[in-house]
Design a protein around this ligand. Structure first.
Ligand code: URP
Ligand code: ZN
Ligand code: ZN
Length: 468
């Protein structure tokens, strides 16, 4: 039995037009006008709706062991939350645990992700570069189909890599045609600032941003891009928050370097006044890098970057913790688990504040939230609407509106950093692999229905990219 989606306005990164879409199994098999339903086909009237490729979140952490606890959404609840918000594919971070080889970490992650309700893949996070790492990196790419790595330049004493390791990871990744994604903050400076603040008795969540000023992010972004430039590696800077980082990326791009930048809705829409909420309420917003002050040019810099293509994608860094979990840092902000939920809210926040806010058009929104993540990370059958592509689709009803709240979201955390935000539009339907999994009101997901998507590395000629 096929599915015929009639009369919606198809929006891709390049086009907008009214047409019908035929889906058979998990694949788009036809696009045209006046397509006829065949016997047994389900027909869906999409008149008045925007039909977009399912959104892809290039940055999430499901059931991440981190800072003495585990992020509150597992692969089932986290991907289901994504579905309710129009996200049909995620890229999680497979973390190399202490003493683990990279293939061992993948084996562990495959067990966790077996319950995902949407398709998924991982970036491979290297937390310790040893003598066998180059061979393991090759295996990760060539045997496991994981073609992007991750390095943390912060979280000293836990998952941070030093400059020597960063250099070597960039070098090996370049040989493999893999992308290196980077959490860019100067971890040594953060660590020292944290110690100084704690010694001075500054213990509340409001000191979290004080310990991680924007210069720390700007410097690390510059350094990561320099390391990538040395080897001709494709770099992707995750969760960019500030003008210093955007400017570093701009300089690299304008010099011809192959590099990409991602930001997240929280850095576009929130400011550091959130840390002053009473009753330890500021802890819900503790994430790294931190939410930046208003009026300092950071927010404008991010919005302009998205519009003028100096930034490439919008992820969420979905990494939720409950209030109970955040209480681990009640007396010391450095112990508050870093992270918040976001996967369910990204699309409507971008629609409301990006498109209706006049900052970019619908096609650019699709590009930022779906097409660019697919292209950058090699998800060849996702990120667009065309015959032969995966039938991952989201139908947005522009006439809808709602108020975001932890009371109504599908994440397991009891906090929403967008509590009370009014958004326009409504996710009227989400289709994953050809099946309706959200009908606008309820989820009809199947535990374990998501597939691991193996990818192929992009090999560029040795002369491409900019070298020093
Ligand atoms: O605070 C954050 N961002 N938590 C998740 C881990 C990371 O740094 O992405
Ligand atoms: Zn990070
Ligand atoms: Zn993250």
């Amino acid at each position: 039995m096929g599915l015929l989606i009639k009369g919606g306005e198809i929006v891709t990164a390049s086009d907008r037009y009214v047409a019908d879409i035929r889906v058979d199994g998990g694949t788009i098999t036809g696009i045209g006008t006046n397509l006829e339903a065949r016997t047994g086909d389900e027909t869906l009237d999409a008149a008045g709706k925007l039909v977009m490729p399912g959104f892809i979140d290039p940055h999430v952490h499901m059931e991440l062991p981190f800072m003495g606890t585990v992020s509150a959404d597992d692969f089932e609840s986290g991907t289901a939350s994504g579905i309710a918000g129009g996200t049909t594919c995620i890229i999680d971070f497979c973390m190399q645990g202490a003493g683990q080889t990279l293939p061992q970490a993948i084996e562990e992650w495959h067990k966790r992700s077996a319950k995902a309700v949407t398709d998924f893949t991982y970036h491979m996070a290297i937390t310790n570069f040893g003598p066998n790492t180059p061979a393991e990196m090759r295996e990760v790419v060539e045997k496991h189909g994981i073609t992007s790595f991750k390095v943390f330049m912060a979280y000293k004493g836990a998952i941070m890599v030093d400059d020597g390791q960063l250099y070597l990871i960039m070098k090996e990744a370049a040989k493999l045609g893999a992308v290196v994604t980077v959490h860019a903050e100067n971890g040594e400076a953060v660590w020292n600032l944290q110690r100084e603040l704690v010694a001075a008795g500054c213990m509340g969540p409001e000191y979290h941003p004080v310990s991680r000023p924007s210069a720390i992010e700007g410097e690390a972004t510059e350094r990561a891009l320099m390391m990538a430039r040395l080897h001709g590696t494709t770099a992707y800077i995750v969760h960019m928050t500030c003008k210093e980082a955007v400017h570093a990326l701009e300089r690299a791009k304008l010099a011809g370097q192959r590099c990409y930048g991602e930001t997240c809705p929280q850095y576009l829409l929130l400011d550091d006044s959130v840390f002053d909420k009473p009753d330890f309420g500021g802890s819900a917003y503790v994430m790294s890098p931190p939410i930046r002050p208003a009026g300092a040019g950071h927010h404008d810099s991010l919005w302009h970057g998205l519009a003028n293509r100096m930034l490439d994608s919008v992820g969420t860094d979905h990494c939720p913790f409950t209030h109970e979990q955040k209480l681990a840092g009640k007396d010391d902000f450095t112990r508050i688990p870093n992270g918040a939920a976001g996967i369910e809210d990204r699309l409507l926040l971008l629609y409301t504040h990006g498109v209706l806010g006049g900052r970019f058009d619908l096609s650019r929104m699709v590009e930022l939230g779906s097409t660019a993540p697919a292209r950058i990370f090699g998800l060849a059958k996702k990120g667009s609407i065309a015959v032969g592509m995966d039938a991952d689709l989201v139908l947005l009803d522009p006439a809808g509106s709602r108020t975001l709240s932890a009371r109504t979201h599908h994440s397991r955390t009891d906090r929403s950093i967008y509590e009370g935000f009014e958004v326009r539009g409504r996710i009227a339907r989400t289709i994953a692999s050809g099946r309706t999994v959200w009908d606008g009101e309820k989820l009809t997901t199947t535990r374990g229905a998501g597939r691991f998507i193996a990818r192929q590395a992009a090999h560029f000629s040795p002369r491409s990219g900019v070298r020093p």
